[in-house]
Design a protein around this ligand. Structure first.
Ligand code: SAH
Length: 343
């Protein structure tokens, strides 16, 4: 089967899928995401959202949509932070797009006393029309990725099979894909034999662009990935905070691949939005004031823990998120420059 089909089954098979059977987050889970590192992350996102809403002309009703909300922590922290903007709280209706029933149940618990209406949907296209702001933290990396490999006969789709020893193994489609080379960016036109190219379907990016354009609003996409389309394999499996072979334990490990922000932006912008960034998460969070927020929290809380969280979120080391994670925004032309993306 194609790599994307394998990834989709591993993550969302109704009985064996990783997200349908696991709560992957937290220190005791398989990995930790920015909102789970510290409340500061969701709080700043909340303030970003309320500022964008003002730039939209403060519409009386606004849909705040989150794609793949995990445990619901980011939305919980965001809604708490915007208590300082009561007019926004009065205008907002929350829509969560979640594929895992297990995580939806956790989100219901987290947002039980949020004080604003919350609805769940299986896909963004199901969210009713109207002014909209969309958030996606570590959503696009979980979407299935396709792979192709260069051989001396051309580009072949990479596939997964069961080999003669009954193990899962990578293989390639017998026939090369005729026009594949011409679809790649020009600077990738002389790949060496063995090079791997990854791509995703544009479906979710197109839906996102359409929603931002129709809703005369904005979107914020935060994820790890590269700013320019390039060669290389990034498909990875993670379990218990360690990397593993993606072909072992299907359904028990998280599978992700880097987000190609250039290709994402092309699809979102084609629907009539203006793209901003991507910039590094470190720069984005510092521009929103994370250092000031950390200083304020330290006055009343365990300052070592807050310093550690801050380093994790904006640090530049390999284990920190500041440089690896990128932030892109997309906005309807009437919105102007979203906060954090000023030149
Ligand atoms: N944003 C959260 C969780 C990131 S993990 C955080 O930062 O902590 C990815 C999330 O996206 C999970 O909630 C997963 O169930 C959801 N997800 C992945 N693919 C999806 C899809 N195609 N449709 C809806 N939700 C999806």
């Amino acid at each position: 089967m194609p790599v994307a089909e394998y990834m989709a089954l591993c993550l969302f098979d109704p009985t064996h899928g990783y997200y349908t059977t696991h709560d992957p987050f937290g220190a005791r889970g398989d990995f930790i995401t920015a909102p789970e590192v510290s409340q500061m992350f969701g709080e700043l996102i909340g303030l970003w959202v309320s500022a964008v809403w003002k730039q939209m002309g403060a519409p009386e009703n606004v849909r705040l949509i989150e794609l793949g909300p995990g445990r619901g922590t980011m939305m919980q922290d965001a809604l708490r932070a915007v208590k300082i903007v009561p007019a926004f709280r009065a205008a907002v209706v929350v829509h969560l797009v979640e594929a895992s029933p297990l995580l939806q149940a956790q989100q219901e618990k987290a947002l039980d006393d949020a004080g604003v209406p919350v609805f769940w949907h299986a896909a963004l296209a199901e969210v009713p029309k109207g002014p909209a702001i969309v958030l996606a933290n570590e959503f696009f990396d979980a979407l299935p990725v396709n792979q192709a490999i260069k051989t001396d006969r051309g580009w072949h789709e990479r596939r997964i099979q069961i080999d003669s020893t009954d193990q899962l193994a990578f293989t390639i489609a017998h026939e090369p894909m005729p026009f594949f080379q011409t679809l790649l960016p020009p600077d990738l036109h002389a790949p060496r034999v063995g090079a791997i190219f990854e791509w995703r379907a544009d479906t979710e990016a197109i839906d996102l662009g359409r929603r931002v354009a129709d809703g005369r609003g904005a979107a914020l996409v935060i994820d790890y990935g590269h700013t320019q389309t390039g060669l290389g394999e990034t498909l990875q499996a993670v379990g218990q905070h360690a990397y593993a072979d993606p072909l072992t334990l299907p359904g028990s490990l998280d599978l992700t691949a880097h987000v190609d922000f250039q290709s994402l932006a092309r699809a979102v912008e084609a629907m009539g939005t203006i793209g901003f960034g991507p910039i590094e998460q470190s720069l984005f969070l510092r521009r929103l004031g994370i250092e000031q927020r950390a200083a304020a929290l330290k006055a009343t809380a365990n300052s070592t823990a807050i310093d550690q969280a801050l380093t994790r979120l904006i640090g530049q080391s390999r284990t920190a998120m500041g440089e690896l994670f990128k932030v892109a925004a997309f906005a309807h032309p009437s919105v102007g420059v979203p906060p954090g993306f000023e030149i």
